[in-house]
Design a protein around this ligand. Structure first.
Ligand code: FEO
Ligand code: CA
Ligand code: CA
Ligand code: CA
Length: 658
């Protein structure tokens, strides 16, 4: 029998946190706002059933426009699933660092049968997610020597620890000793490593003075308008300004002033217990699905028990800013950027020099946000931008049926964000960002993940991963499919190509999934194994030439006949809206972290939770330390699978994906 895997359990847990607000859906406007490409693809799809899909050729045959050359001249990988990773021909994909490899000088060798919190705290953490690369100042080749920052989003106890199996759900954490919990806490957070390309191959520089592990216990400060709020105060921190650790750091961003933005996402999983009767935080916690009860931490650490510390959850769910060049620096939770299940925080300079950060709130029926700094970025003096993210305006997106959209400011005292509605000050607005956005009438999206700007085109791409819970009477123009199992990508065109402009135009770039079935409500069981499509867009990256690369989360042999991976996505010309398969992860894994070096010669990707069970395969056994779905990347019968960062380069040199 197949057990729920972590992501399924997460979805179940998230149900409690789904958006209950009555924001109107636009109803029967399914066709109101499709780009011509979507109409074409719907029409094409009918003729494509059972055929080998060649989207560009078909698009051209349908007269979409004169065929333009593909910006991705590599040969597409066939879709598939096995125990290994695969990359398009002409490229190399080498493992750079694995869970358990040393990060800090003197870290002990990886020994998963005798793991300790102390060892884990010096080694590379679990479930690498976001990756950022910062060239080292003064490096002879800035694309060959730098710092890599990596998020460690969460832990899989069933794959990390021998003889344990899954512990959440019915098992009620029976096997979770304090030792195992403390290892988990040390495996969360992030890593900073120095990396260098020597004779064409990337390696971690041992003993680097920049090396750092950040965990669920690293001291951090709360900065910005919510810092010091009484709702952030606890017994351990009566001032409401200091927190231990960051958790569930999913995607993120890098800033032009050289810092790492790392985003707390599913923070609800880590809390257990019950609030006291009549607690003022009940509505707030419910909106985020707290407590999520997926980790046993509250059994040994009181702060994760709501009965003991009702405010502790308010100290998580933020964007954390870290200076990777100073290992002694204190990470800062930037409260001005809002509190929700942050997927990522990819930024770009506005026309006037202010910094604009796009953010998705990864939950079914939640929102797309934008933060705009008050001050302009000073590119001549990086230190001058040290606290620039503490002052600015947070906005939430409304997508109208006519293809226009607006950024609605979340500012205390404006519109419904008043004391009458329970917002006494801006701290309340930020702590309960979701409820504030509900009241503003933001558009409920199909799980917003990465949102990234393309400086070459002036556009912004919004990954919407899926939402099988959307009913036919809940569709709207920007979320046009009921039971949206494969997700879609929305393209935003800011007015005047200004990322800080209050208004924008938008259209659907692509409805994901097999084009043969994407035009109607698709189900996993009707998925085919043909090439030419992908499902469940999650993270993305825009390279130096403005090409969009999409990482997926949720494909499997049982679900879509393929594992997750990277798809190159055409956004312009006759191929607009078509994807090309570039990288394939091993069984059970998810694709995260795509990030290019400045010259596009290296593409770093993160293989997360390799070896997890395929919940859609009725024959699959529950995956455990002893019986994982793969032992990637070592294939050593004595070692479990290990989440790892992979460096992809073009054989013989040059830009990746050419
Ligand atoms: Fe951590 Fe939205 O995926
Ligand atoms: Ca990204
Ligand atoms: Ca993900
Ligand atoms: Ca995801």
């Amino acid at each position: 029998m197949t057990s729920l895997n972590r992501s399924q359990a997460a979805e179940a847990a998230e149900d409690a946190g789904s958006n209950p607000s009555p924001n109107p859906t636009l109803g029967d406007v399914v066709a109101a706002r499709f780009h011509r490409r979507d109409l074409l693809r719907g029409a094409l799809a009918v003729g494509a059933i059972g055929a080998v899909v060649a989207p560009r050729a078909l698009a051209a045959a349908q007269g979409a426009s004169r065929e333009t050359a593909s910006p991705f001249p590599f040969t597409e990988l066939p879709a598939g699933s096995d125990e290994r990773h695969h990359v398009a021909a002409g490229h190399d994909a080498e493992v750079l660092i694995r869970w358990g490899d040393p990060v800090l000088p003197g870290a002990p060798a990886f020994d998963p049968r005798n793991q300790t919190p102390e060892a884990q705290g010096q080694q590379f953490g679990y479930n690498n997610d976001f990756i950022g690369f910062f060239p080292l100042p003064g490096a002879a080749d800035p694309a060959a020597h730098g710092l890599l920052v990596v998020n460690h989003e969460y832990t899989n106890e069933e794959l990390m620890f021998p003889g344990l199996g899954r512990q959440d759900g019915k098992a009620a954490f029976a096997g979770m000793s304090q030792q195992l919990v403390d290892i988990e806490m040390a495996a969360h957070g992030g890593s900073v490593i120095e990396v260098k390309r020597v004779d064409g191959r990337w390696q971690v520089v041992p003993g680097s003075r920049y090396a750092r592990r950040i965990t669920a216990t690293t001291p951090m400060v709360l900065a910005g308008p919510a810092a010091g709020s009484e709702r952030l105060r606890t017994k351990a921190d009566p001032a409401g300004r200091q927190v231990l650790g960051m958790i569930n750091n999913c995607a993120g961003g890098t800033t032009p002033w050289g810092t790492w933005l790392t985003c707390e996402e599913n923070i609800n999983y880590y809390f257990q217990g019950r609030l006291g009767e009549g607690s003022a935080e009940a509505r707030n916690h419910k909106r985020l699905g707290i407590p999520g009860n997926l980790y046993a931490w509250g059994r040994y650490h009181e702060r994760f028990d709501l009965g003991a510390e009702p405010n502790e959850p308010n100290r998580f769910g933020w964007v954390v800013e870290i200076d990777p060049f100073d290992p002694a620096s204190t990470p800062k939770k930037r409260t001005a950027m809002g509190r929700f299940k942050h997927e990522g925080a990819a930024g770009i300079l506005a026309a006037d020099g202010r910094y604009v950060v796009f953010q998705g709130d990864d939950e079914r029926f939640d929102y797309v946000y934008r933060f705009v700094t008050e001050a302009k970025v000073d590119l001549s003096d990086k230190a001058a931008n040290r606290d620039i993210l503490d002052r600015g305006t947070l906005f939430v997106a409304r997508f109208n049926a006519d293809g226009r959209g607006a950024w609605l400011p979340l500012v205390h005292g404006q519109g419904p964000l008043t004391p009458e509605n329970g917002f006494r000050d801006q701290a309340d607005v930020l702590i309960e960002t979701r409820r504030a956005a509900d009241l503003l009438g933001a558009t409920k999206m199909d799980r917003p993940e990465d949102v990234e700007a393309n400086p070459k085109t002036g556009k912004v791409y919004v990954m919407l991963t899926n939402n099988a819970k959307r009913k036919a009477d809940q569709v709207d123009a920007a979320n046009p499919r009921p039971e949206n199992r494969f997700g879609h990508i929305v393209e935003i065109s800011p007015d005047g190509r200004d990322y800080a402009a209050p208004g924008f135009a938008w259209e659907v770039l692509v409805r994901c999934g097999d084009p043969a079935i994407a035009a109607v409500g698709a189900t996993f069981s009707s998925a085919t194994t043909r090439d030419g499509w992908f499902g469940m867009p999650d993270n993305c990256s825009v390279d130096g030439e403005g090409r969009l690369w999409v990482a997926t989360d949720g494909n499997s042999a049982g679900r879509t006949g393929r594992t997750d991976g990277i798809w190159a996505m055409e956004t312009e010309g006759s191929g607009r809206g078509t994807g090309k398969h570039f990288f394939q992860v091993p069984a059970g894994a998810e694709m995260c972290g795509p990030y290019f070096t400045p010259d596009d010669t290296t593409f770093f990707v993160a293989v997360q939770h390799p070896g997890e069970a395929d919940e859609e395969d009725p024959k699959a056994e529950p995956a455990t330390f002893e019986r994982p779905a793969t032992r990637w990347p070592d294939f050593d019968p004595n070692l479990p699978p290990r989440p790892s960062v992979v460096a992809i380069t073009k054989r013989g040199g040059g830009r990746v994906g050419t």
